[in-house]
Design a protein around this ligand. Structure first.
Ligand SMILES: Cc1cc2nc3c(=O)[nH]c(=O)nc-3n(C[C@H](O)[C@H](O)[C@H](O)COP(=O)(O)OP(=O)(O)OC[C@H]3O[C@@H](n4cnc5c(N)ncnc54)[C@H](O)[C@@H]3O)c2cc1C
Length: 147
């Protein structure tokens, strides 16, 4: 070792940030675009890279690389990823409350149907949206009682 070991946490998209300015755009991890709930950032890095490429093309066409014009990039990234990130952050915040986690654990354990729903949640964004709705949990709770 020639220096000290250094690290940095995953740059989570827990809050909205400015990810562009005059002559620059931040994509993927550089733009803090990692999903706050799952820690996944590869897909978001691809999306933001794709949007940045289109923005760069537009900048060259208009010969405008100003901070004001680059804001288009922030707007498009927020439109594509913003609601998903907000939802993930809300769920992550919920998961910090120990009694809630324990309650969920007791609902989940032994409930095969619920385990299946949770695994699908990773790919199914609409389903993930259900997780913040009380009615979803009531339904799940009664499905446990029945099983
Ligand atoms: C342990 C771990 C597990 C993960 N698991 C998952 C997972 O299962 N699914 C998922 O979706 N995401 C996962 N992630 C997150 C995911 O890896 C990142 O979000 C994603 O790789 C970000 O892509 P990126 O292109 O923005 O950055 P990176 O993949 O970090 O690419 C940045 C590149 O820039 C290079 N670079 C840095 N500085 C310079 C410089 N000065 N000059 C030239 N090159 C430079 C780096 O070497 C690197 O190759 C995980 C992350 C970690 C740390």
């Amino acid at each position: 070792m020639i220096g000290k070991l250094e690290g940095y946490g995953l740059p989570l998209g827990s809050k909205s940030r400015h990810i562009s300015g005059e002559r620059f755009m931040l994509v993927g991890d550089a733009g803090h675009l990692v999903d706050p709930l799952t820690g996944e950032g590869i897909g978001h890095a691809f999306y933001s890279g794709f949007i940045a490429a289109e923005q760069a093309r537009d900048c060259f066409e208009k010969n405008d690389f100003s901070e004001a014009y680059m804001k288009e990039y922030d707007v498009r990234v927020a439109r594509v990823l913003g609601s998903e990130m907000k939802l993930s952050y809300r769920l992550q915040t919920l998961m910090r409350v120990v009694p809630i986690v324990n309650l969920l654990g007791s609902i989940i354990s032994g409930n095969r149907k619920f385990l299946e729903v949770l695994s699908r949640m990773y790919n199914d964004f609409d389903l993930r949206g259900q997780l913040v709705k009380p009615f979803f949990w009531i339904k799940m709770f009664f499905s446990k009682r029945k099983s």
